[in-house]
Design a protein around this ligand. Structure first.
Ligand code: G6P
Ligand code: ZN
Length: 542
């Protein structure tokens, strides 16, 4: 029943920040997905007879690749696969299943917040037995295998019915189709005060959750409306669609503008939130106030003790380097560790496994904790709700009081998307070349204290990751960070992160872009952003 099919390597199967992401037609090339899945298995050892979790965010091509993954897992000798019903499994829910059932690992099919459809994006990512994205030594090994692959092994098991819950045999392998929501909902119930949340909704508290036609719809419906009694209609766009209804399932101020407008309008509910394609990102907007992801992680950490799952306090906080320093001030006050990692959730894995960090966050709308090994959109929403219920204050009050206590980190990210790769690389190369001479010079009246290319020394395994983003640190604590995105699928995306710390309470309600205007201009002077990219403004400002 097991066939060995000859194949030729593709040269471009290098996993990025978060797995292999390409346009659907790339994945549809002959044996493209098969090659990558086989390369994952070729890079791993000791899975014979063990269990593999498989699921995805429901995007176009999900169901086809799930069938391939099941058959190749059977061909390679896995004992069992656990597949989310309908092929659905949010990224954090997949992480939970891997951990809860102590499986060997999992394959998650998603391109996160990128659009879906026949000409849009698809992705394959491997998560290890700790539930987290494979560390670089595994992704490097997968890439190496993909360049030398000669054949893949596939079992002739026909099409598996992935829509009916139950267990079937596929050759020598067992296939279990399970409810993708149940275990996750139970996990959330174990962390948060569901009784208090039920009371909150009963008292008339109103929220909007926009699932953006992506994977969190069924999770949010079950948890918010069924278990917590939020009124019908609290969840919007809750049916996962292969093309996400033609939208970008990216919960930011551009793609969830309708939610932002509603939350700023006269009839705004108390609280608004959204999640992305695969359910790991979050957008938090209180009535009349948007909470930046960098602020959100700081505020969640400062108040985490109010939720039962974190009542004993936090071990430490970790944030990616480009994320603002707001969380650092909370960690300092709590007297706990703060860790600065490169962009990519995988870098938090060791800190979480070693019990050094409890809550982690990234400027890219990812927040999570040690409950799983992925960032978790609904988790962040539920922790916010738990804090709102416990404090009995509005989101806006909590945010402004936080700034008054800790100071405000004005923060913005400017993205230049689909820049020609050569031009983007030239910008970075030129900037790198002059890093050594920047310290001590002044630009637009701002004195540069230090400029470097961020390197991370993992305190747990001692590994070093270099060239993780260029930092220009100004005297007084302001900074500009520049790096190229590792998740794009066409051309290069230049990200410019701008931050200014403002301790003065009287200056906490400025417009963010105005508060950062001199730094934005300085960044262009230093890096020649306009001349290199040929653009006179960013494609997206968040
Ligand atoms: C994915 C990763 C995150 C990362 C984000 C942005 O969502 O899971 O950890 O922060 O991409 O990465 P990028 O390389 O595009 O800035
Ligand atoms: Zn995502």
């Amino acid at each position: 029943m097991i066939k060995t099919i000859p194949t030729k390597p593709y040269t471009d199967q290098k996993p990025g920040t978060s797995g292999l992401r390409k346009k659907v037609p790339v994945f549809q090339q002959e044996h493209y997905a098969e090659n990558f899945i086989q390369s994952i298995f070729d890079a791993l050892d000791g899975f014979e007879g063990k269990t593999l979790v498989i699921g995805g965010d429901g995007r176009f091509y999900n169901r086809e690749v799930i069938q391939k993954a099941i058959a190749i897992a059977a061909g390679n000798g896995f004992g069992k696969v656990m597949v989310g019903q309908g092929g659905i499994l949010s990224t954090p829910a997949a992480s939970n299943i891997i951990r809860k059932y102590k499986t060997f690992g999992g394959i998650i099919l998603s391109a996160s917040h990128n659009p879906g459809g026949p000409h849009e994006d698809f992705g394959i990512k491997y998560n290890a037995g700790n539930g987290g994205p494979a560390p670089e030594k595994i992704t490097d090994a997968i890439f190496a295998k993909s360049k030398e692959i000669k054949s893949f092994k596939i079992a002739d098991i026909g099409e598996i019915d992935i829509d009916t819950i139950g267990t079937v045999k596929a050759g020598d392998m067992t296939v279990e189709i399970f409810d993708p929501v149940k275990d996750y909902a139970e996990l959330m119930e174990s962390l948060f005060d569901f009784e208090a949340l039920r009371k909150l909704f009963k008292s008339g508290f109103r929220m909007r959750f926009d699932a953006m036609h992506a994977v969190t719809g069924p999770y949010a419906k079950e948890i918010l409306e069924r278990r917590l009694g939020a009124p019908d209609g609290t969840c919007r766009n809750f049916k996962p669609l292969p093309d996400f209804g033609g939208h970008h399932p990216d919960p930011n101020l551009v793609h969830a503008k309708h939610l932002y407008d509603e939350m700023m309008g006269p009839d705004a509910p108390d609280f608004g939130a959204a999640s992305d394609g695969d359910g790991d990102r979050n957008l938090i907007i209180g009535r009349g106030i948007f909470v930046t992801p960098s602020d959100s992680v700081a505020m969640l950490a400062a108040n985490a003790k109010l939720a039962p799952g974190y009542k004993d306090g936090l071990k430490g906080i970790a944030r990616s380097m480009p994320t603002s320093g707001a969380a650092d001030r909370v960690a300092e006050k709590l007297g706990i560790g703060i860790y600065e990692t490169p962009t990519g959730w995988k870098f938090f894995g060791n800190l979480l496994d070693a019990g050094m960090a409890t809550i982690c966050g990234e400027e890219s709308a990812g927040t999570g904790s040690n409950h799983v090994r992925e960032k978790d959109g609904l988790w962040a929403v539920l922790l916010w709700l738990n804090i709102l219920a416990a404090r009995g204050e509005s989101c806006k009050d909590i945010v402004t009081k936080h700034w008054a206590t800790y100071g405000r980190n004005y923060y913005s990210r400017h993205d230049y998307e689909e820049v020609e790769s050569d031009r983007a690389n030239a910008l970075v190369d030129e900037l790198r070349a002059k890093l050594g001479s920047l310290a001590g010079t002044s630009v637009r009246g701002l004195k540069i204290a230090k400029a470097d290319d961020f390197a991370y020394h993992d305190p747990v395994d001692g590994s070093v990751s270099k060239n993780q983003g260029i930092r220009i640190l100004f005297e007084g604590g302001s900074r500009v960070v520049l790096r190229l995105s590792g998740t794009g699928t066409s051309g290069a995306t230049l990200r410019v992160y701008i931050e200014r710390y403002e301790p003065d309470k009287a200056r906490h309600d400025l417009d963010t872009q105005e508060a950062l205007a001199d730094l934005i201009a300085a960044a262009d002077d230093i890096a020649g952003i306009k001349s290199h990219t040929g653009r006179n403004k960013p494609s997206v400002i968040t």
